[in-house]
Ligand binder design. Structure first.
Ligand SMILES: [Zn+2]
Ligand SMILES: [Zn+2]
Length: 356
């Protein structure tokens, strides 16, 4: 679950920040010549909207970074945004998806149908499409066992197991036409964009960096106010938090004047923000270590309900509780690897402090 930390970033998307404070949708904005930011609403979600970026291409047409959810409201907002930028849905030549989550990938298939655009995704996310958005029986079965191993109480298991199924309706299944490679240049007329593979938030998350414009399109990897959910789950890599922290370093010292994130608002001082996020996770690791020292034999769920969250635990809906549990587990895995705690396997797995 995304967690708020005290933050002092330099906000450059001042209209977006004002809109955030007023709890309204920010305007469509021209961020640079030929580069537009289009907010696409997310229904019933604290993130409120995803920022889709539209890049005008030499010779006509636009490329999108991310697309939004597959809802009619999102579809209309994206179409209206493209019109405000002087184009239309049929002008889209490419949908470059930063990662598999429904708020980024959900509409990509519909945009391709309307425009003939190619869809790009990293292979590590592309391999999960069928199990996540196609036939989900195996995934649900795995998830139920996984949650039981985490110590989720039996009466909560069904709610937490099925918590993400509502999201499935917000996605059109669409296999990518292009698979992004780490460090590869994206082939777009008039743009020199480098793909940076940043696993952590999802195994195939990518950012796009423009050296000549000194811009980083960061997806969910680096956001100005919240930290993205980094969860252990049945489809994750063995050490997602370790990967995420390494991925933060991959976007450090590129020469970035402004970060264009997928949520909230644009900002500068990327290096400062990276430090804050690293510090946040170091604090979280310590907090978890302390809970385990106080309550030897805690399960991931026991730890999770005792941590500090931005809202009272019982007010948090099942999907977010599941993400919170996954996030705790991701921290526990890293603590285990650093030999700060040890795990006693079984259902549920229990954690103990390492003496000395
Ligand atoms: Zn995401
Ligand atoms: Zn997102």
């Amino acid at each position: 679950m995304a967690c708020t930390v005290p933050v002092v970033v330099v906000v450059t998307g001042t209209l977006q920040k004002e809109a955030w404070d007023l709890k309204v949708l920010p305007p469509v904005e021209q961020v640079r010549p030929g580069l537009w930011s289009i907010p696409v609403p997310i229904p019933n979600n604290p993130l409120r909207y995803v920022l889709v970026y539209a890049l005008e291409l030499d010779g006509g047409g636009v490329a999108l970074v991310d697309a939004g959810w597959n809802t009619d409201e999102a579809w209309t907002a994206l179409g209206d945004g493209l019109a405000a930028a002087g184009g239309s849905m049929s002008d889209v030549r490419a949908v470059m998806v930063t990662h598999i989550h429904p708020d980024h990938y959900g509409l990509a298939g519909r945009v391709r149908e309307a425009s003939g655009a190619w869809i790009g995704l990293h292979p590590a996310d592309a391999v999960m499409l069928e199990s996540r958005y196609g036939d989900t029986d195996a995934l649900l079965d795995d998830m139920s066992h996984f949650l039981a191993d985490s110590g989720v109480p039996a009466d909560k298991l069904p709610d937490l197991t099925f918590a993400s199924m509502i999201l499935k309706s917000m996605v059109t299944m669409a296999a990518p036409d292009v698979l992004f490679e780490d460090g590869g240049d994206v082939d777009l007329p008039g743009w020199s964009l480098r793909t940076i593979w940043t696993p952590g938030h999802s195994p195939g998350h990518v950012c796009f960096y423009s050296a000549d414009r000194r811009l980083l399109i960061s997806g969910d990897h680096v956001l100005p106010r919240i930290t993205p959910n980094i969860s252990a789950n049945t489809q994750q890599v063995p050490n997602p938090l370790g990967d995420y922290l390494e991925s933060l370093l991959k976007v450090q010292n590129l020469g970035t004047d402004e970060v264009l994130p997928a949520h909230e608002y644009r900002f500068s001082d990327l290096e400062g923000r990276l430090e804050e996020i690293i510090t946040h996770h170091a604090g979280r690791l310590e907090e978890i270590e302390q809970v385990i020292a106080t309550l030897p034999g805690s399960t991931a769920w026991d730890i999770t309900v005792r941590l500090h969250w931005s809202r009272p635990w019982d007010d948090i809906e099942p999907f977010m509780q599941r993400q919170a549990n996954g996030e705790t587990l991701a921290h526990c895995i890293l603590l285990e690897l650093h030999e700060r705690i040890r795990r006693q396997g079984g259902t549920p797995a229990r954690f103990y402090a390492v003496a000395g």
